[in-house]
Design a protein around this ligand. Structure first.
Ligand SMILES: [Fe+2]
Length: 262
């Protein structure tokens, strides 16, 4: 599996932000790779101290996700919950539940539409597993993190039936409109497809991976990388294919274009 070197964020922070809003890089310092593909062991180690019942409840919570009402399809194939948090040194501070808004420039299907998803369960939002996962990625962002003080957490399930595929990224090649995005495989059962692909800003493919190992992850700089995921089909003999993902968006709270609080 191709991987980029793990980075050490905050190892070099420039005092001023570039005018284009990209991560500052000290003069003469090489820009870090725009993504990192982590084997599952990284998160497994981060979750080591989480009590087994809490970890089981966290993973089981993907079995209670409401349908995504904004898909616009006859058959719901995507299910999700969403929550936002202030990043603290020692944890997460839940923010008031609000809508999730992406710009039309990054989401041609539902950009500009405030989407109100169901909130995370309290046990997930306040639990040690989510805290450990977010902290692990916050410490491994592919670039400086000094302006990143907020995160959005998406629990997403995409399903496929023998006669109907599911599409994890119906908008095609895109950016999410954040600073960094962590993509974590939680579960993959009875599924074929779902190639994760990354592209540079000229839309040349720079990474392709099939996430198959639960907790295997990709963390990307959303300003320097585009991404998509190929559709899923159910595996031969499977009554249903299920692909569960945890997405963590990292961004700056002053960037009010991302969220609209209710
Ligand atoms: Fe995306």
């Amino acid at each position: 599996m191709p991987t980029t070197p793990m980075t050490t964020p905050d190892s070099a922070v420039a005092p001023d932000l570039p005018a284009d809003g990209r991560s500052p890089v000290p003069a003469g310092a090489p820009e870090p790779a725009p993504f990192t593909h982590f084997p599952s062991g990284v998160l497994r180690e981060a979750l080591d101290g989480v009590p087994a019942p809490a970890l089981a409840a966290f993973l089981d919570s993907w079995n209670d996700l409401p349908a995504d009402e904004y898909l616009g399809t006859d058959r719901p194939y995507r299910f999700r919950r969403y929550g936002r948090f202030r990043l603290l040194d020692d944890g997460l501070e839940p923010l008031p539940h609000g809508t999730f808004l992406q710009d039309r420039a990054v989401n041609s299907l539902v950009g500009g539409v405030p989407r109100l998803f169901a909130p995370l369960h309290d046990a997930v939002a306040a639990g040690p597993a989510l805290r450990a996962v977010v902290r692990a990625f916050r410490d491994r962002l592919p670039g400086p993190r000094h302006t990143v003080d907020t995160c959005g957490v998406h629990q997403i399930r995409v399903v496929a039936l023998p006669d109907a595929e599911g599409d994890p990224a119906p908008e095609g090649i895109h950016q999410d409109g954040h600073s960094y995005v962590a993509q974590v495989l939680i579960r993959r059962d009875g599924v074929e497809g779902a190639q994760s692909r990354l592209y540079d800003l000229d839309r040349c493919e720079i990474h392709r991976a099939l996430l198959t190992d639960p907790l295997e992850s990709i963390v990307l700089d959303d300003r320097r990388v585009l991404h998509d995921v190929s559709p899923i089909t159910s595996a031969p003999g499977a009554a249903i294919g299920v692909r569960d993902m945890l997405l963590v968006d990292f961004f700056a709270s002053f960037d009010s274009t991302k969220e609209v609080a209710l």
